[in-house]
Structure formats: C-alpha cells, structure tokens
Design a protein. Structure first.
Length: 184
C-alpha cells in the first residue's frame, strides 16, 4: 500500500492560493493586461481558483484559458502511439503583449513548463510570462524557476507530490506519496 502524508489540507491550499493571487498582482503592478492559463489537468482548476480570487479582489474580469501540452512533450514517443490530447483554449483577448500567468500544480523537472511555453509561443508573443505553481518540489532538469510558489517541498526522487482538486479527486489537498513498488 502507498504511504501518503498530507502536506497541505484544504485550508492551507486556499491560504496559499490567496497569497499567490496577491503576489501575481504585485509582480504585474495591478491586474491590467493579465491572462491566466492553467496547464491541463490540475493546473486548470488551480488557475480558475486564482482567477476568481483576482477578480474579487481587483474587481475586473481576468481572461483565462487552458493549455494542453501533450503534443509538445519531449517524451511523446514514450507516451504511446495514441496519446490522449485535450483541448487548449485561449481567451479572445489573445496573449500578445499581455502578462500571461501560466499555472501548474507541481514543478519538478521543468519539462512541463518548457512544453507549455513552446505551445504558448505558437499562440502569440506575450509581453511577459509568469510561472505560478502550487508546489515546487525541486529536482530541476532544465533552468526553469517559478515566479510565484505556494509551497516549496523537499522530496526524494522516489517520492511523488500530488495535488488533489475537487473536480478530479473529490477533495483539495497536497500529499507526499511513496509508492510501494512491491505491489506494482
């Protein structure tokens, strides 16, 4: 059986997201020109929560969308002959000359972020890209660093950090998982 340790419960995640929304506004010097894009899957749900917080606090609509990086992965051949490709959707405002906030659940090697930036550049030329992640677990393989972080966690290579969201998992939390390899 997998060993699971709760790193952040629902209240801790909500507090982190509220702080992250304030940091985004500070980095952008307001909400003007912001676009929020979540990376599928769980980054989309986190982006929607941040968007809601920003709109409530700043009292302006914040365009949002989703990025599906499947076809931009550098390990696409390992995924298999028929990868499941989701839909990317960008707001009608586009991304040109805007401050695009790319939201992901966990930052590990940096490869997902690289793929998201490659896809984003196919859609236009942002004025600035901010990387916003709920959890930074270290272990980078590429020189990519987040601008806004909910929590930094030290995890061993054999451990996984999972962000759970109600839309996918029925609850909101962050868990450290050590897989039992004998059962696999």
């Amino acid at each position: 059986m997998d060993q699971r340790i709760t790193l952040m419960d629902e209240a801790a995640v909500e507090r982190a997201l509220a702080r992250m929304a304030r940091e985004i506004v500070e980095l952008n010097q307001g909400a003007e020109g912001l676009v929020i894009l979540g990376i599928r899957r769980r980054g989309v749900e986190l982006a929607q929560r941040i968007q809601t917080l920003l709109e409530a606090e700043e009292e302006v609509p914040i365009p949002s969308g989703a990025l599906d990086i499947t076809l931009y992965r550098d390990d696409l051949m390992e995924v298999g002959p028929r990868p499941l490709v989701g839909e990317s959707s960008l707001p009608l405002t586009g991304v040109d000359d805007r401050c695009v906030v790319v939201v992901d659940d966990v930052l590990f090697t940096g490869r997902t972020t690289r793929a998201a930036m490659n896809e984003l550049m196919d859609w236009g030329r942002p004025g600035r890209i901010l990387l916003c992640v709920l959890v930074d677990r270290g272990g980078r393989e590429l020189p990519i660093q987040p601008d806004v972080v909910g929590r930094t966690v030290s995890a061993l290579p054999q451990q996984e950090v999972e962000v759970l969201v109600p839309e996918e998992d029925g609850r909101l939390s962050v868990e450290l998982v050590l897989r039992n390899r004998e059962e696999a």
